[in-house]
Design a protein around this ligand. Structure first.
Ligand code: CUA
Length: 312
């Protein structure tokens, strides 16, 4: 496995903040390996040439190698580590974009904020950002402690109930990066993933303008039937702007059809997986807060899934 090419690898750093963490990692790995090799070489020397090892017992050598060297090396490493940690959370400049992310059991509520800090629109489980820009994430938790980690773009930061943490992320180039909740938060914690999608700034602005719009009204009969079923069964938990569905317990589905995945990066997003998710949510992600809506089968289920897929 090539750790430097994965979409969820801290060694495949794709932004300045992740670069700093990856550099620190390599300094530790190469530095640790070099010191370990040196110690092994000295031990081998002492074992194989017992008559020539007397100098190793010299008081000055023991002091230098056993006390001064570790003191200097570990102190330097400590200062370097603090500097990297600080560079991840402290910033002198203003961000280009602010996004609030709230950890929920077991998904991510995402609010894009305007200049005044007001919520412009909500989405879920997929953070779209402009490449080459600095994004400030406001991290909060709705229920228990979660941890926001997108290894290719930034360090890891916890989401703590009643507390707000701030994290900067930045992608050097367009691409798709996977993130994962990194703090055990109960039940399907392992299935609490997400994607960060970095786009060219122009494409990002177009996406953002489209996200601000309410959902398009369906024209085809089957889709209208799907919407009727959605409003009857799903509206108390989900919002679709432009309809009477205004529930806030679950993810905002106004533009769900345009997302890569469903169930917080659990399944790819298409009509088939949407239908399966609706009918067997508890089977696909056991313990999640959405009941399996197995009252819908056949034509009804297809219409409901088609309606959701059409919300792009
Ligand atoms: Cu959220 Cu683990």
């Amino acid at each position: 496995m090539d750790l430097r090419s994965g979409i969820q690898s801290a060694l495949n750093a794709q932004g300045p903040h992740a670069d700093a963490v990856a550099d620190l990692t390599w300094v530790m790995i190469y530095g640790g390996a070099a010191i370990f090799a040196l110690v092994l070489a000295l031990a081998a020397y002492a074992l194989w040439w017992p008559r020539r090892r007397a100098w190793m017992g010299n008081r000055r050598f023991v002091l230098a190698a056993g006390f001064v060297f570790p003191l200097v090396t570990l102190t330097a490493l400590l200062v370097y580590t603090f500097a990297v940690a600080r560079s991840i959370v402290v910033f002198p400049d203003e961000p280009d974009l602010r996004v609030e992310i709230i950890g929920e059991q077991w998904w991510w509520r995402i609010h894009y904020l305007d200049q005044g800090g007001r919520v412009e629109f909500a989405t879920a489980n997929e953070l779209v950002i402009p490449a080459g820009r600095s994004i400030e994430l406001t991290l909060r938790a709705a229920d228990v402690i979660h941890s926001f980690w997108v290894p290719s773009l930034a360090g890891k930061l916890d989401m703590i109930p009643g507390h707000t943490n701030r994290l900067r992320i930045s992608a050097s180039r367009p691409g798709v990066f996977r993130g994962q909740c990194a703090e055990y938060c109960g039940g399907p914690h392992a299935l609490m993933g997400f994607y960060v999608i970095a786009r060219e700034p122009g494409a990002f602005e177009a996406w953002r303008a489209a996200q601000r719009e309410p959902a398009r009204a369906p024209i085809a009969d089957a889709l209208r039937h799907g919407r009727t079923l959605f409003l009857a069964s799903c509206a108390s938990c989900h919002t679709v702007r432009g309809t009477s569905a205004e529930g806030t317990r679950g993810p905002d589905l106004t533009h769900v059809g345009g997302r890569m995945s469903i169930g917080a990066a659990t399944l790819p997003n298409n009509q088939d997986t949407l239908a399966k998710w609706i009918a067997a949510s508890q089977h696909l992600k056991p313990g999640n807060l959405m009941p399996s809506m197995n009252i819908y089968t056949g034509e009804d289920l297809r219409a409901l899934a088609a309606y959701l897929e059409g919300l792009d």
